[in-house]
Design a protein around this ligand. Structure first.
Ligand SMILES: *Cc1c(COP(=O)(O)O)cnc(C)c1O
Length: 375
């Protein structure tokens, strides 16, 4: 059994993917081929944004978002305590400070209350300028945007949606990737929409900023091309082959994979609800369950289940063992709130199980049986 069975998906989509790869090989347009534009157009339309600009990976997408808004020295960037380091890695790189916020106990996403408290703490101290919020749709579950957006407006903050885990998910009828001034996603193979290598994308509506974004992705190119450099940029592009792979994978996601994920989650939920905290998705929202995480009643129980699953060769992971504020790299970051109660509690009890749109009912039953046996 695989934790995320990429090969099962490939077997279903093989003919289309192979044909698309061959087309690219024969065209020799390995960078900037027509598949890239086609993908960008389709993804922008699906998400509901004016512009989609693909790039080399989800971390670059975030870094570029920081660059577009000039986030740097003296700025505070607010971010949930439970995420992958990419969300605020660019802060350190550009001399800004990562200010972590606690999470909501039910969705594990950025807590609006903690966000406002941290903004107030930064303002009260008077050293840093509150500049941006990175809202991460953790585990594929959308953040509470109706609460977060007014806070960003109140304090005049840039809102960046980190939708690396949530492509295909939606919040009250709007797709993830459509929130904030700018949103980013990742096509790392294990993400809900993954390619066969690294890839990423940026979503935004502002025409002028989109033009700057395209320039930044190609060495800060100017109107006369890439030897007319008008700003400092990066070399961050999605390979044509990856776009060609993503086209049929995107169609499968939109046609049935998001639905399949709901079925898998529902079967798990029914089996685990009596014994574990199962994922909570707000009314009117759809999660894509990039990870299916349950919370055991305590660490000891979680570790017992992990040991049993591992012994039975059932893949399992902990996303994430350490909250951001406790990572060695952020040791000297200003931590205004004294404790991150919900984030610490989440890390102490969380456990992720095999989850992907091609997980059969039989395989799933094996996982369920093994988890319940461990208790
Ligand atoms: C995976 C991930 C990223 C980074 O994506 P890469 O393509 O691996 O660089 C950023 N943020 C979150 C929340 C992620 O899970």
């Amino acid at each position: 059994m695989q934790f995320i069975d990429l090969k099962a998906q490939y077997n279903v989509l093989k003919d289309e993917i192979d044909a698309n790869i061959r087309t690219v090989l024969e065209s020799a347009k390995y960078i900037g081929g027509p598949e890239v534009k086609e993908l960008e157009t389709k993804l922008a339309e699906f998400v509901g944004r004016k512009h989609c600009i693909t790039c080399a990976n989800g971390t670059d997408a975030l870094q570029i978002a920081y660059m577009l808004y000039g986030i740097g020295q003296g700025d505070a960037v607010f971010c949930p305590d439970i995420t992958f380091i990419s969300s605020t890695e660019p802060s350190k790189m550009f001399g800004a400070a990562s200010v972590f916020c606690d999470i909501q106990p039910d969705t594990y996403n950025l807590s609006p209350e903690s966000l406002e408290k941290q903004i107030q703490a930064v303002l009260a101290e008077g050293k840093l300028t509150p500049k941006a919020v990175v809202a991460v749709d953790i585990l594929g579950n959308p953040c509470d945007y109706d609460s977060i957006i007014p806070i960003c407006e109140k304090y005049n903050l840039i809102l960046i949606e980190d939708a690396a885990q949530s492509f295909g998910a939606s919040y009250k009828g709007k797709k993830c990737g459509s929130f904030g001034h700018i949103a980013t996603t990742s096509f790392f193979p294990a993400k809900p929409l993954g390619c066969y290598g690294d890839g990423g994308a940026i979503f935004l509506d502002d025409d002028e900023l989109a033009a700057v974004c395209r320039s930044v992705c190609v060495h800060g190119k100017g109107p006369r091309g890439k030897y007319d450099n008008i700003r400092v940029g990066m070399n961050s592009r999605l390979d044509t082959i990856q776009a060609a792979i993503l086209l049929p994978k995107f169609k499968a996601l939109a046609d049935y994979e998001v639905d399949n994920r709901q079925q898998v989650a529902k079967r798990y939920n029914e089996a685990f609800a009596p014994h574990f905290t199962t994922p909570f998705v707000q009314d009117g929202c759809v999660s894509v369950y990039a990870q299916y995480a349950i919370l055991a009643k305590d660490t000891q129980t979680r570790d017992k289940v992990v040991a049993h699953l591992t012994q039975k060769k059932i893949p399992n992971m902990i996303y994430y063992p350490t909250p951001q504020h406790a990572l060695p790299v952020f040791q000297n970051e200003p931590h205004y709130e004294e404790s991150f109660i919900n984030a610490d509690d989440y890390c102490a009890r969380t456990l992720s199980l095999p989850m992907h749109p091609y997980l059969s009912a039989e395989e799933q039953q094996q996982v369920i049986d093994a988890v319940l046996e461990a208790l």
